[in-house]
Write a protein that binds this ligand. Structure first.
Ligand code: UD1
Length: 422
């Protein structure tokens, strides 16, 4: 089990560049199953989750190369409509392949994802949506089997019960090849990653509109062509470092950031009294004096992102007064709170709320990272704390943060990975 050892009392200072968005590139890579021409992606983060999606594409017959943040996908000879649970278990976003794969093979069998550390995370909206499209869905031995209908209805309307990011991506991608059909997805997610997917699909000849609004419309076409595409910067990664700067009373610039994608975070940071500077080239966050406690609710975009919830908690843990955090996206996203409390934080959780009573300083301790974002939160808390913090189970972190230690070291952190350097 790998460990990160972090020296406390460090102020993060300096400049880094944002990586490409993990959450954008995963559904975009899944969509390439439907493209039988070469596709090239730039600005792809070198992360374990991206490698997992590439392994799936290779398994079903694509030839894929990945170097220097560029992924090239060549069409393979045979496509196999079968993705085993082993690959879905590693990463839930693998399930996004079921609709596109069925469109190409006529059927697809994909392992059904189980629960994870932040909640149950079912895929019922994906499956109900595909059924509304006319797919026959059956489940057996832990796999989901999806079979396309002989003909698609001319007009299909499906309203998502909740604006799920993954289900919106699955359905809008699948619909692009439903020739002769006009599909409307209502109550769609509005995250920037949805717009990125729409832009990519349209570059390949799809007819998708409405991304960033609650209603997405897709007119099915007969074929998608190859394209070259560059993915958007990772707003969660950027937000993590900006919050790290504030937690450690530091001053950093993240180049390549898109401020509009981080509106909710930036306005909370301003409300707290943190220094924020926005420019076309970078986002700067700096500590300019004592911070005020706040009330934060995680919501679907454009609300405060649930992925930054653990990290802002690490900041609020040392803000004098009482802050309140409400989690409205996942049912169980406070698994890291006991770990922060081991470091001296005073946080009480009751159902979807966390009450955070700010302490003057955290103290370094040995803790366990339950998931990617919670791991990042513990690292930021460790950098701000007194003494040394040992974070166990950090393999999670490398699923979501490209060159994590390198970027933190550029900002002045003393951080070491054991047993081996990544
Ligand atoms: C994506 C992001 C993840 C982020 C999340 C919410 C990727 C690869 N991951 O995850 O980082 O935290 O959006 O912004 O992009 N739900 C159901 N049934 C479904 C689908 C979802 O009940 O079929 C529920 C989930 O359990 C959860 C909520 O809807 O409570 C939101 O999930 P969703 O938006 O689908 O998250 P993901 O796409 O899995």
């Amino acid at each position: 089990m790998s460990q990160l050892v972090v020296m406390g009392n460090t102020r993060l200072k300096g400049e880094i560049r944002a990586s490409g968005s993990k959450n954008s590139v995963l559904p975009i890579l899944a969509a390439t199953v439907m493209i039988e021409e070469p596709v090239v992606f730039k600005n792809v983060p070198e992360l374990r989750d991206v490698q997992t999606m590439i392994s799936i594409l290779q398994q079903i017959g694509k030839t894929v190369s990945f170097e220097n943040e560029t992924v090239t996908i060549m069409p393979g000879e045979i496509l196999v409509g079968n993705v085993p649970y082993e690959l879905v278990r590693k990463m839930r976003a693998s399930f996004n392949i079921i609709g596109p794969l069925a469109m190409i093979c006529g059927w697809a069998k994909v392992g059904k994802p189980g629960g994870c550390n932040i909640g149950q995370r079912p895929v019922d909206f994906h499956l109900k949506g595909l059924e509304a499209f006319g797919f026959k869905i059956t489940e057996e031995h832990g796999d989901v089997m999806a079979v396309i209908p002989q003909n698609f209805e001319k007009e299909i309307i499906y309203a998502l019960p909740f604006p799920s990011v993954g289900a919106t991506e699955q359905l809008m991608t699948t619909a692009t090849l439903m020739e002769g059909s006009k599909v409307t997805i209502e109550n769609a997610a509005r995250e920037p990653e949805i717009s990125d997917l729409q832009n990519f699909l349209n570059k390949c000849g799809a007819k998708v509109s409405g991304a960033s609004t609650p209603t997405i419309k897709v007119t099915g076409v007969g074929k998608l062509n190859g394209a070259e595409y560059s993915v958007i910067p990772d707003r969660v990664e950027i937000g993590t470092y900006l919050l790290g700067a504030i937690a450690t009373k530091g001053d950093i610039k993240v180049y390549g950031a898109i401020a509009d994608h981080l509106i909710a975070l930036l306005s909370i940071l301003e409300e707290m009294g943190a220094g924020i500077e926005k420019s076309h080239e970078y986002l700067r966050a700096f500590w300019k004096g004592p911070l005020k406690p706040v009330r934060v609710s995680s919501e679907p975009y454009p609300g405060f992102p649930t992925d930054l919830q653990p990290i802002i908690t690490a900041v609020l843990a040392t803000v004098e007064g009482t802050s309140v955090l409400e989690e409205n996206v996942f049912e169980n996203r406070f698994g890291y709170v006991d770990e922060l409390n081991r470091m001296g934080a005073k946080i009480k959780v009751s159902s979807s709320h966390a009450n955070i009573r700010g302490v003057s300083k955290l103290s370094g301790a040995e803790v366990i990272a339950p998931d990617i974002r919670a791991g990042a939160a513990l690292v930021m808390a460790g950098l701000a704390a007194d003494g040394e913090t040992i974070i166990n189970n950090v393999t999670h972190l490398f699923r979501g943060y490209e060159r994590f230690q390198e970027k933190l070291r550029t900002l002045g952190a003393k951080i070491t990975l054991y047993p081996d350097e990544e």
